[in-house]
Design a protein around this ligand. Structure first.
Ligand code: FAD
Length: 243
């Protein structure tokens, strides 16, 4: 698989405990990806190390239309690798491998796409929704975006913007832990279980379901969809192992 060296161009907070990283890809005109794919991101001489490896997988959260950069976003836990990512200076060279994966929007425009993203699982979905809005794709798309609290929900403003740009997109965000929230929330509450899915999507047939996030969330939502009557053949999964 292709290997690249991309330098860090920008780093910023995008939610509580969550940072986005932008890499300069302009020196590699052959690098391309499909919305929804991921890359392996590594540091050759990180300032901090532990017994774990010096690379992690991250979904690309920018869209293919954005030329000369890619953006990823990460939950910033206290592992040596994440500490290194947080502290290395701008211009640091990262080793990037990929792109990998086939978590991409289906082609059949007669089928609705239902994305169910848990927390940081929004990263590949942001790329797909941005791409759909920019290329004016005709697919009907519903996003169910589940977070514990509003302050931990990354990219909410961007998602609202894509919804305004794309008449075929509906964004349904839900919070599962408002008791511990700092920011107010007027929208949906509660976990994504079989009742939530039936109440908010209505007719469950003729849709392809894309479930993405930490492994436990992915298996829980897969089981909920199954008990709501959705066939496993109509589900696609992207598990963020390591959480
Ligand atoms: C396809 C894919 C896309 C991802 N996209 C994102 C993203 O966009 N944003 C994001 O924040 N995270 C993403 N992740 C998760 C990310 O790669 C890290 O695993 C996660 O951020 C935890 O890293 P850490 O340094 O915080 O934790 P640590 O626990 O210090 O390190 C996690 C490391 O432990 C190992 N590990 C632990 N559990 C497992 C397991 N169940 N299976 C395999 N290895 C394991 C791995 O070596 C992993 O690198 C993705 C993972 C995958 C597989």
């Amino acid at each position: 698989m292709a290997k690249y060296k991309f330098t860090l161009k920008e780093r910023r907070d995008v939610a509580e405990g969550t940072m986005a990283f932008v890499f300069d890809t302009s020196g590699a005109p052959d690098f391309s990806f499909r919305a929804g794919q991921y890359v392996e991101v590594g540091l050759e001489n990180p300032p901090y190390t532990d017994e774990k490896k010096n690379h992690r997988e991250f979904s690309i959260t920018s869209s293919p239309e954005e030329k000369g950069i890619i953006m990823i976003a990460s939950r910033m836990r206290d592992s040596a690798f994440k500490r290194s990512m947080r502290e290395v200076p701008m211009g640091t060279e990262f080793a990037i491998e990929g792109p990998y994966g086939d978590f991409s929007l289906h082609e059949n425009i007669q089928r609705q796409a239902v994305f169910i993203a848990g927390g940081i699982g929004i990263t590949p979905v942001r790329s797909i929704l941005k791409d759909a809005a920019e290329r004016k794709l005709p697919h009907k798309i519903i996003l169910i975006y589940s977070n514990r609290t509003p302050e931990s929900a990354a990219f909410m403003e961007d998602l609202e913007k894509f919804e305004k740009m794309n008449p075929n997109l509906t964004v349904l965000a839900t919070m599962t832990d408002m008791e511990n929230a700092k920011n107010p929330w007027e929208g949906l509450r509660g976990r994504v279980d079989a009742d939530f899915i039936k109440n908010n999507i209505g007719d469950l047939s003729n849709s392809t379901y894309y479930i993405v996030g930490p492994a436990q969330m992915v298996s829980g939502v897969g089981a909920a969809l199954e008990s709501a009557g959705v066939s496993r053949d109509d589900m696609r999964f992207e598990e963020f192992s390591g959480y």
